[in-house]
Design a protein around this ligand. Structure first.
Ligand SMILES: Cc1cc2nc3c(=O)[nH]c(=O)nc-3n(C[C@H](O)[C@H](O)[C@H](O)COP(=O)(O)OP(=O)(O)OC[C@H]3O[C@@H](n4cnc5c(N)ncnc54)[C@H](O)[C@@H]3O)c2cc1C
Length: 387
């Protein structure tokens, strides 16, 4: 067991960090407020090859895994620039296509994932299904050489900046269980019958959320990823990376917040001594630091298992636990960083309160705190399923 990061991983972190430092949290917030995309940041990280670190070398990628991609995302978060499209595009969509795509599909999409030129959104959430994927109702119906998609998705991140969407559909019903059988399709955003609508949320980020309406959208059969009806099993190869990348997002934000809090607590004097000397200020920050480091450790373990053990129960358990721990630790760290700043914690200038929406989101998505606790209760502790 070796807890030191390889030289390559440390160099990757430093390189991402120095690119992100050129932009910083001010850039991120400015873009969000101007309703603009963080294209320049995406471009520079992509140009350095860092958005394709997990794409196989045979397709022009870095040949690494989720460990490397999580390091990229954590460093962006630590610079105050967490990007949601990294979670859905290289982490979920590229992983699923690399694992289940045909050779032609891999040739078609992976090289452009590797360069960061291709961004692909991911759509599973529906208004009426909630956390219960078995209840998805967006249907894919075979019609000769194509499939017709009908239904709705919501809270789909970054659709306006993506070329295509990996869509989870219901393509049939399992005769034994009565549950939906799912299939995955890559659908171009610019397809007849697909309408996109911005879904306003209280999150300060350059990326927007969308509701998608599919009205008889025609999709060629060569857009089906993997086997028809096997979508639920396949999508899990992307959902563990999604959880790990979400954990990395939270860990990065937590580092950003704690860095700012410690700096402020060292410099701010109210009673003739730095406020960081008061244990009422120092101890909550120290506690937050411990919790963030524990979450980072679990995230590393989850990423390692994802890269080395694939979609095993251990990898799933670790990915869930990492997401849970990181979201809770980040919320604690950000809250304490705001408190440390007193009134300044709420000012725009100090760049903390605007991250609350994004950090709070990570307790809800991509899988909620409660659904993770259900998973752990049932699978790790052997307790009866409650729902
Ligand atoms: C900003 C943002 C970006 C997002 N991006 C994407 C995206 O790109 N693609 C995508 O597909 N989705 C995306 N989502 C959706 C997100 O993954 C879901 O919101 C999340 O999985 C929770 O599902 P839900 O909203 O349907 O909540 P619900 O399932 O309706 O749950 C509501 C509440 O009930 C609780 N609950 C539900 N069932 C149980 C149970 N059995 N036991 C205990 N508690 C329970 C939940 O924990 C939650 O607190 C995004 C959401 C947001 C807000």
């Amino acid at each position: 067991m070796d807890f030191t990061e390889s030289d390559e991983l440390q160099m990757l972190r430093q390189a991402v960090s120095s690119i992100a430092a050129k932009f910083g949290h001010d850039y991120y917030v400015r873009k969000a407020h101007a309703d603009e995309r963080a294209d320049e940041l995406w471009h520079d990280v992509a140009e350095a090859g860092f958005l394709g670190v997990n794409v196989p070398e045979a397709y022009g990628g870095g040949g690494g895994g989720i460990t490397e991609l999580a390091a990229v995302q954590e460093e962006l978060g630590a610079a105050g620039c967490p990007l949601l499209v990294i979670v859905v595009s290289p982490a979920i969509s590229a992983t699923v296509i690399a694992r289940f795509g045909t050779e032609a599909q891999k040739q078609r999409w992976l090289p452009r994932f590797a360069t960061g030129e291709l961004k692909m959104a991911f759509a599973i959430t529906e208004p009426d299904a909630g956390s219960n994927s078995h209840n998805l109702s967006l249907t894919a119906t075979r019609d000769g050489d194509l499939y017709r998609l009908n239904g709705q998705k919501y809270y789909i991140s970054g659709v306006d900046e993506c070329e295509a969407i990996l869509v989870v559909t219901r393509s049939g019903v399992d005769a034994d269980t009565g549950r939906g059988r799912l299939s995955l399709f890559v659908v171009d955003v610019e397809t007849k019958g697909l309408e996109t609508q911005v879904l306003p949320v209280e999150i300060t980020a350059p990326e927007k959320q969308f509701t998608l309406f599919f009205d008889n959208v025609e999709v060629e059969a060569d857009r089906l990823i993997g086997a028809e009806g096997e979508g639920l099993r396949q999508v899990f190869f992307g959902l563990n990376p999604e959880r790990i990348l979400s954990a990395a997002t939270a860990n990065g934000i937590a580092r950003y917040a704690l860095g700012k809090a410690a700096e402020y607590a060292r410099g701010r004097e109210v009673w003739g001594t730095p406020i960081g000397r008061h244990q009422g200020v120092a101890h909550p920050l120290a506690k937050a630091k411990v919790e963030v480091e524990l979450a980072r450790l679990m995230t590393d373990k989850a990423a390692w298992l994802c890269d080395h053990a694939g979609d095993t129960p251990e990898a799933g358990e670790a990915a869930n636990m990492a997401k849970y721990a990181a979201a809770e630790a980040a919320l604690g760290a950000l809250d304490q960083a705001i408190q440390t700043h007193g009134g300044n914690g709420m000012s725009s200038e100090y760049g903390l309160a605007d991250l609350w929406g994004m950090t709070r989101l990570l307790r809800i998505a991509p899988v909620s705190r409660e659904m993770i606790l259900n998973f752990v209760a049932q699978h790790s502790l052997g307790l009866p399923k409650s729902y």
